[in-house]
Design a protein around this ligand. Structure first.
Ligand code: CA
Length: 238
């Protein structure tokens, strides 16, 4: 499904920008290419866009700052952001995700994969209001989460999870396909005032996977970054 408004590409390397733009246009998307954070913010202040492909390393206002400003602004916070990072910049990926980016691609990347990610992000964006209204039951593969009763079932068999495990599972399941950093998991499940080590998240996840059995494989480890619930999924609402 093709978006009604353009995809904004923010990339100072002309070659990459043109390549992304061309490939998206070939898929029927309208695009707009800008080469700096300043130009991106200026464009976004005046135009509606359906998604932003955002390079992190930009001269002047960098990608992280653009991301932060977009996600702090009520008007633009809903716009999905896919960041582009250079290889070996895991700390950038983590901080970008923490600023609210939705997904990331490491350079060099295949245009095909990027387009698939963009499609997913747009689809998720459209599904979002429905998900937040109907959050009583979530189904991911063979996992059923009953948010009212705080119950988890795998293949209809109840699983005994702790309160923390339940919160982590619900958080990851709320947006399948999105990578969540350990810090985001801690904040979402325990609030920003709680001091908790990243290691604690790993311990909860390990225990959760063990309890889920085979379905535990649906929680994917993203090395150096965090965790993601696989997107094999449909959200079932009752
Ligand atoms: Ca760059």
């Amino acid at each position: 499904m093709v978006a009604k408004t353009p995809i904004l590409i923010v990339e100072d390397e002309r070659q990459i920008g043109d390549l992304v733009s061309l490939n998206l246009q070939r898929e029927g998307y309208e695009t707009r290419l800008v080469e700096s954070g300043e130009a991106a913010l200026k464009y976004l202040a005046a135009h509606d866009v359906s998604l932003v492909v955002l390079d992190l390393m930009l001269p002047g206002i960098d990608g992280k700052e653009v991301c932060r400003q977009l996600k702090w602004n009520q008007q633009t916070r809903h716009i999905p952001i896919i960041m582009l990072t250079a290889k070996g910049e895991e700390s950038d990926i983590v901080s970008g995700l923490e600023m609210g980016a939705d997904d990331y691609m490491v350079k060099p990347f295949s245009a095909k994969v990027l387009i698939a990610r963009i499609r997913n992000a747009l689809r998720r964006d459209e599904a979002r209001p429905v998900l937040s209204e109907q959050n009583s039951n979530t189904r991911i593969g063979s996992i059923d989460i009953d948010n009212d009763r705080h119950e988890v079932r795998v293949d209809d068999k109840p699983i005994n999870v702790t309160a923390s495990e339940f919160k982590i599972l619900t958080f990851l399941a709320s947006r399948p396909g999105f990578v969540r950093t350990r810090e985001q998991i801690i904040e979402a499940t325990h609030g920003s005032r709680v001091v908790m080590s990243n290691r604690t998240v790993d311990v909860h996840i390990t225990s959760l996977r063990r309890k889920l059995g085979e379905a535990g494989d649906l929680i994917e480890t993203i090395r150096g970054v965090g965790y993601r619930m696989e997107e094999c999924s449909r959200m079932a609402a009752t």
